[in-house]
Design a protein around this ligand. Structure first.
Ligand SMILES: *Cc1c(COP(=O)(O)O)cnc(C)c1O
Length: 423
């Protein structure tokens, strides 16, 4: 067996991986049209044409079969406006998973509420419904569920818990565009679904976001919250006049998507289903290959009818491999593949990015400061996942058999060298 790349040996792969992001055909022409249209933002004057932002919103709502889509500047602002539109505010508790991107905690403290970190399911890495039920208090005002990496959370159980307690379920679909559960797209099970279109996501315009919902009043509040208290009127104005009306129903902030981003998203949306299918096919092949080697691929909740791979995640379960630890295994894989392989997100309650005390705006009073610093918290399944799971970005799954072969070969090489890695 050749030497490990981390020990100076030849890496399994040195050729490039599929590129991400990849522009849709015609993207340049569309951007050029926006450039010369006189309208770069929805807050600019009406130019006689429907804004690209409204066109994207209509297409994204239709894609999900929902009544409303409100585009936002990014996924964080989609979460912030949704939390506020659901009435979450000062001192309220919001349940979030212990393993996810930092935005799930920062958006909650951003509306002066308190994140309550809850443990995840060991197979799906998404919120564990039993742990959610146990974490609810009279102060809980929302549950934010994240469909993490390639899994769909247990929406049936979570919906039941949210309904029983009369609190909104918000689906963070930043990693799950196009995923389906019981035949329906995710984002349509909760009171609202939020999306990020940041560069790494499977649907992207560099930065961007959206909120989808069937609730008319909720959509209207989100609309005002993201456009400084303005909203579109029921009919377009005269050319040259402002299209956003100062209804001031609700004070907002500027969290709008630009026309360039909306134009890109319309094109990218046309590629999403085909790319999701390609990634899922390659992931299924890889699942089988890695299972044979003693690894356990991330599972999704039973009832998932379409899987979206944002990251591929797999656990080292075989004892000798598990003992090596995710840090070492992922460093070795990174060296073999020339592709960043990492452990899962550090559990949020001890993540180096979750540092509310570095911002004086969150120092409301001693009690609030204590509540938003989860000192000493340790969620067993989150901690176990951090030790065993390895993840990498979806771009390699856009390749074909050659890419799957290389990834499987790198894992195989690690298994052959397990004693050396354990030393
Ligand atoms: C990316 C991401 C976000 C934040 O989206 P931004 O567009 O970066 O603000 C929120 N939640 C999850 C789960 C994400 O992956």
């Amino acid at each position: 067996m050749p030497e490990l790349a981390v020990a100076g040996g030849t890496p399994v792969r040195s050729t490039p991986w599929p590129r991400w992001p990849q522009p849709a055909p015609g993207a340049l022409a569309v951007l050029d049209e926006v450039l010369n249209s006189g309208r770069w933002a929805i807050s600019g004057p009406y130019n006689g044409q429907q804004s690209r932002e409204r066109r994207f919103a209509a297409e994204f709502a239709a894609y999900h079969g929902v009544r409303h889509c409100v585009p936002t500047a990014n996924g964080s602002s989609a979460l912030t406006t949704t939390l506020e539109a659901c009435g979450v505010g000062a001192g309220d508790q919001v349940v979030i998973p212990g393993i996810t991107w930092v935005a799930n905690a920062s958006t909650v403290i951003g509306v002066n509420a308190v994140p309550v970190f809850v443990d995840v399911d060991p197979d799906t890495l998404c919120l564990d419904p039993a742990a959610v039920a146990a974490a609810l208090t009279p102060a809980t005002k929302a549950i934010v569920v994240v469909h993490l990496y390639s899994a769909v959370a247990d929406l049936t159980a979570l919906q039941r818990i949210a309904d029983r307690h009369g609190i909104p379920l918000i689906e963070d679909c930043a990693q799950a565009h196009g995923a389906r559960f019981l035949g329906r797209k995710v984002g349509t099970f909760g009171h609202a679904g939020t999306f990020s279109m940041q560069q790494s996501k499977v649907l992207t315009s560099g930065e961007g976001g959206a909120v989808i919902t069937d609730d008319d009043a909720l959509a209207r509040r989100v609309e005002h919250l993201r456009a400084d208290g303005r909203s579109y009127g029921s009919t377009p104005p005269a050319t040259g006049a402002m299209e956003l009306l100062e209804t001031a129903e609700l004070m907002g902030n500027n969290r709008c998507l630009s026309e360039f981003q909306a134009a890109l998203l319309i094109g990218q949306l046309g590629l999403l289903d085909e790319e999701n299918a390609r990634r899922a096919r390659n992931a299924a092949d890889l699942d089988a290959r890695l299972a044979e080697l003693g690894f356990r691929p991330q599972r999704t909740t039973e009832g998932t009818t379409g899987r979206t791979y944002y990251n591929y995640a797999v656990a080292a379960v075989q004892e000798e491999l598990a003992d090596i630890g995710a840090e070492r295994l992922s460093a070795a894989l990174t060296a073999e593949l020339g592709l960043p392989v990492t452990p899962v997100y550090t559990p949020l309650y001890r993540s180096r990015l979750y540092r509310p005390h570095t911002r004086s705006r969150y120092a409301l009073d001693a009690e609030h400061q204590r509540r938003i610093h989860p000192q000493g918290l340790s969620l067993p399944t989150c901690e176990q996942a951090a030790k065993t799971f390895l993840t990498f970005h979806h771009a390699p799954l856009l390749g074909d058999k050659a890419e799957v072969d290389d990834i499987a070969a790198a894992f195989e090489k690690l298994v052959a060298h397990r004693q050396e890695l354990a030393a």
